[in-house]
Ligand binder design. Structure first.
Ligand code: DX5
Ligand code: ZN
Length: 216
């Protein structure tokens, strides 16, 4: 079944512990945590202190999406603070290989994020080393944007590669603009994890929304 990673960015930060409890009770499988530095992407979100709060109040698996320059400087810290998955953008570091090793050697799962315009080809050399491939279906920076449909071809291409090379443990995740319609398209294209922020947190009933996304 498709897993749902609920994106904390869309939560009400005035009641964060409550929001974390609500998404857990509603059936979210993971928490998706967007770390942005205002340099690498045009927005600043939150950092270490908020990650500490999230780790204190939620025992859901934590999927940390790093959108910061030189992620190698922070990987260990986020793992200490409970990150189960850490995803980095190839363009954010000159030490991508080292980042992936650092993540895995410290006991977390390693992911690479692909921007909508980045070709799959550019990361093929790493496909055997990663646990997660994240397809951005929006330009990173903000929640609540529209799903970019042309990324679907890349998902299909990646799935052909995954099958051909029998990368059975490699998970595919999609991030940005997920609602019940776009979720269906992604699941048809073999996505394993759907990230959802605004669709969940702006809904009246988290449980129904998560259930609907899961059944897409
Ligand atoms: C944006 C983030 C997303 C964001 C998704 O750069 O990576 O995780 O929270 O938000 P929605 O689901 O609202 O598109
Ligand atoms: Zn994200």
């Amino acid at each position: 079944m498709t897993l749902i990673a609920s994106s904390v960015l869309a939560a009400d930060f005035g009641h964060l512990n409550n929001e974390l409890e609500k998404v857990k009770r509603a059936g979210a499988d993971l928490l998706h945590i967007d770390i942005m530095d205002g340099q690498f992407v045009p927005n600043i979100t939150f950092g270490i202190p908020v990650m500490e709060v999230i780790n204190t109040y939620s025992d859901l698996p934590k999927d940390v999406h790093l959108m910061i320059h030189n992620p190698e400087n922070f990987i260990k810290k986020f793992i200490e603070l409970g990150a189960d998955y850490i995803t980095v953008r190839p363009e954010s570091t000159e030490k991508l290989e080292y980042c992936l090793e650092l993540i895995k050697n410290n006991g977390a799962k390693a992911g690479i994020a692909l921007n909508p315009e980045t070709e799959l080809e550019t990361i093929l050399p790493y496909m055997h080393e990663i646990d997660l491939l994240l397809f951005m279906t929006i330009n990173p920076g903000f929640g609540g944007q529209k799903f970019i449909h042309r990324v679907v071809d890349k998902m299909a291409e990646a799935d052909r590669y995954r099958r051909k090379h029998e990368l059975t443990n490699l998970l595919f995740e999609v991030d940005g603009g997920i609602n019940e319609h776009t979720a269906k398209i992604c699941v048809e294209n073999k996505i394993d994890i759907l990230v959802s922020g605004s669709t969940i947190f702006e809904s009246d009933n988290f449980k129904n929304t998560i259930q609907t996304l899961k059944e897409s």
